[in-house]
Design a binder for this molecule. Sequence first.
Ligand SMILES: Cc1cc2nc3c(=O)[nH]c(=O)nc-3n(C[C@H](O)[C@H](O)[C@H](O)COP(=O)(O)OP(=O)(O)OC[C@H]3O[C@@H](n4cnc5c(N)ncnc54)[C@H](O)[C@@H]3O)c2cc1C
Length: 381
Amino acid sequence: MDFSLTREQEMLKKLAAEFAEKELEPAAAEMDREHKFNEENFAKMAKLGFTGLGIPREYGGSGGGATEKVIVVSEFAKKCLTSAATLSIHSITPGVILKHGTEEQKKKYLPMLTEGGHLAAFALTEPGAGSDAAGVKTTAVYDAETDEFVINGTKCFITGGARASVLIIFAQTKPELGVKGLSAIIVEKGTPGFTSGKIEEKMGLAGSETAELVFEDCRVPAANLVGKEGQGFKIAMEALDGARVGVGASAVGLAEGAIDLSVKYMHERVQFGKPIAALQGLQWYLAEMGTRTETARWMVYYAAYLQDSQKPFTKEAAMCKLAGSETARFVSNLAMQIHGGYGYMKDYPLERIYRDAKITEIYEGTSEVHKVVISRAMLGK
Ligand SMILES: Cc1cc2nc3c(=O)[nH]c(=O)nc-3n(C[C@H](O)[C@H](O)[C@H](O)COP(=O)(O)OP(=O)(O)OC[C@H]3O[C@@H](n4cnc5c(N)ncnc54)[C@H](O)[C@@H]3O)c2cc1C
């Protein structure tokens, strides 16, 4: 058993940490305040090859796999959860195309979504289909005359959906088959019949746009089908396993960032004539924060290792997402407590970190759903 990173992974970690400190941290407060997606920083991520992680070089990617993504996403989240989430969620779509796409789809879409700096989105959720993803009602009816799918329906809460150049959407191509009639289809921005609706106002993760998407007789070539017809649910669940490792990684990074701020503050803040670092009550908070974060980190790395080794990792992905997100909430809460009244003020990053932490317990599957996934695996169901 080897717990160390390779030399290349150490270099990647350093590069990601420097980028996060130099580019992401200074922009984080403004993104949060203005509820504004940071195009410049996403373009820089692409230039440095972060958007190409997990994709082979022949398609414009940077190589590497789940472990490399975990390293980068954690480093980003230490300084800005929104930026980490942007990268992590963006990477779902090229990952699906790489695994299930045709050679034409790979050649057409992967270079633009990696080195090309175009944003991608993954659209599964609908007003009536959240945790119950099989309840998707959007339809994609095949038109043999034109060899196209005609898409109708509404998606909601789609990260980057209004801005993305390429989206994978999930729609019923054979509604009579229920979940077995669900298919994954590529839709490009600007396709007639596809518009974005409301951009949600959120509690946190404010620099990430969460959009409603509307499809009204939106026609896409049948060649945009990803995988086979009826494989949509399987593709979505498999993609979400990987995405959950990303959420776990971002949650651990956020917790590490909150710990770093807390340690610094405990040394600086003086009460009763000495730094608050001398107070045992706060020392114990710190010990619990550190222990939980380390526990979650190794779960995240283990899930990424399983994924990279092509071994089953559904249970471990759910576990690391559950543990990571609970840790993020726990740690950000105690970090704010350590900062006292100053932590509650918008002048300090803790207030944003505290609000941002909550989303990790909700998206890419709620904590409750993860408990269902984990217990099912444990019971052999
Ligand atoms: C900021 C943000 C970004 C998002 N980005 C995307 C995206 O890019 N693409 C995308 O497709 N979706 C996205 N989502 C959607 C997200 O994945 C869903 O919100 C999430 O899966 C929960 O679905 P829901 O909101 O409909 O809640 P519901 O499913 O209505 O859940 C309500 C409550 O019931 C509980 N519950 C539901 N089913 C069960 C069960 N079987 N057992 C126990 N408890 C249960 C839930 O845990 C929750 O507590 C995003 C959401 C947010 C908030």
